[in-house]
Design a protein around this ligand. Structure first.
Ligand SMILES: Nc1ncnc2c1ncn2[C@@H]1O[C@H](COP(=O)(O)OP(=O)(O)OP(=O)(O)O)[C@@H](O)[C@H]1O
Ligand SMILES: [Mg+2]
Length: 298
């Protein structure tokens, strides 16, 4: 079996032996399967980030239209792709992008580059949506945030911390929010576990949405709750965060977040943002489902 084939979160009747094999496979660098570029047709670029370019393409092997993410061919993007494969092969959820396959191109313009085949989401990023419309109304935001809480809860259940929750990594389409980009995700494990020493080799991308504990590497599911709070603040206010100023304000005990106040965000929503983005992890919502219940209660 190709080690890069997605593994269902239910596993395959996992006994102790297969669990051990799974762990060993995870620690050993695997060689991705080589594939011909001719497998894909009708290629059209739909997005790009620091780690890869994303194309809409027809995949002859799968027999349908997919999102093809091709690596930049650099060492950071190789690590990011491996992280994404590790994470997505463990998570199966309606609000999380689906990993369908992965490999390395053996020919063509991207020869030697890794690729991921992802379920295509026909929609726009939340970032583009906010830039286009100014801000997201409460009813729609509420629905989307609850779905993102479910997505994070599924990731956390699978032992994965996303670590890069931000509006560019959320696609919205016909009322459905999909969480993408697990490139800097991390396994929930003790700081000194072998996996982390081998696997956690870089800091999350956009520090504006990132929780302060990321600096010393002590992340857990509550790290994603902080970022979701920052995303909520951005979506409801229309203003991208300036985390440095925000953290300074919270250290100084600023009574109210000026962006939240000036954008006229009602007190109940502002309280949720404040709780999710507490500097101290113990004072935040302790799980994504706890945050979901608070959002659903308004
Ligand atoms: N499955 C998908 N369906 C549709 N569009 C997608 C899909 N995956 C990614 N995209 C588009 O491509 C963009 C970049 O994807 P992604 O965030 O995974 O790349 P990245 O290089 O890891 O990003 P970053 O710069 O955040 O590290 C997304 O913002 C989105 O617009
Ligand atoms: Mg991204």
């Amino acid at each position: 079996m190709n080690p890069y084939t997605p593994v269902s979160p239910q596993g395959s009747g996992d006994g102790r032996g297969s669990r051990l094999m799974h762990k060993l496979r995870e620690l050993m660098p695997q060689r991705p399967r080589s594939e011909s570029f001719s497998r894909f047709a009708g290629i059209e670029m739909i997005g790009s980030g620091c780690m890869g370019r994303v194309f809409r393409a027809y995949d002859a092997s799968i027999g349908g239209v997919v999102a093809l993410k091709v690596s930049m061919g650099t060492e950071p993007s190789r690590i990011s792709f491996e992280n994404e494969i590790r994470a997505l092969s463990r998570i199966r959820h309606t609000n999380v992008v689906r990993l369908l396959d992965s490999g390395i191109f053996g020919d063509g313009i991207f020869s030697g580059r890794q690729f991921l085949v992802l379920g295509i989401v026909e929609g726009e990023s939340l970032k583009d949506r906010v830039s286009r419309e100014g801000r997201v109304g409460w009813q729609e935001a509420r629905h989307m945030l609850m779905q993102l809480c479910d997505a994070l809860s599924a990731a956390h259940e699978a032992g994965i911390i996303h670590r890069d929750v931000k509006p560019d990594n959320v696609l919205v389409s016909a009322g459905v929010a999909t969480l993408l980009d697990f490139g800097v995700s991390q396994r929930m494990a003790s700081k000194y576990s072998l996996w982390n020493i081998l696997g956690d080799r870089f800091m999350p991308g956009n520090l504006d949405y990132t929780a302060p504990e990321v600096i010393n590497g002590r992340c857990d599911g509550r790290t994603d709750i902080f970022s979701l709070g920052m995303l909520m603040r951005h979506a409801l206010s229309g203003s991208p965060p300036d985390n440095a100023a925000w953290l300074f304000g919270s250290v100084m005990g600023a009574p109210q977040d000026p962006i939240v106040r000036d954008a006229g965000i009602p007190a109940e929503q502002a309280r949720i943002i404040a709780c999710a983005t507490e500097k101290c992890m113990d004072r935040r919502f302790q799980s994504a489902l706890e945050m979901k219940a608070a959002i659903g209660g308004i």
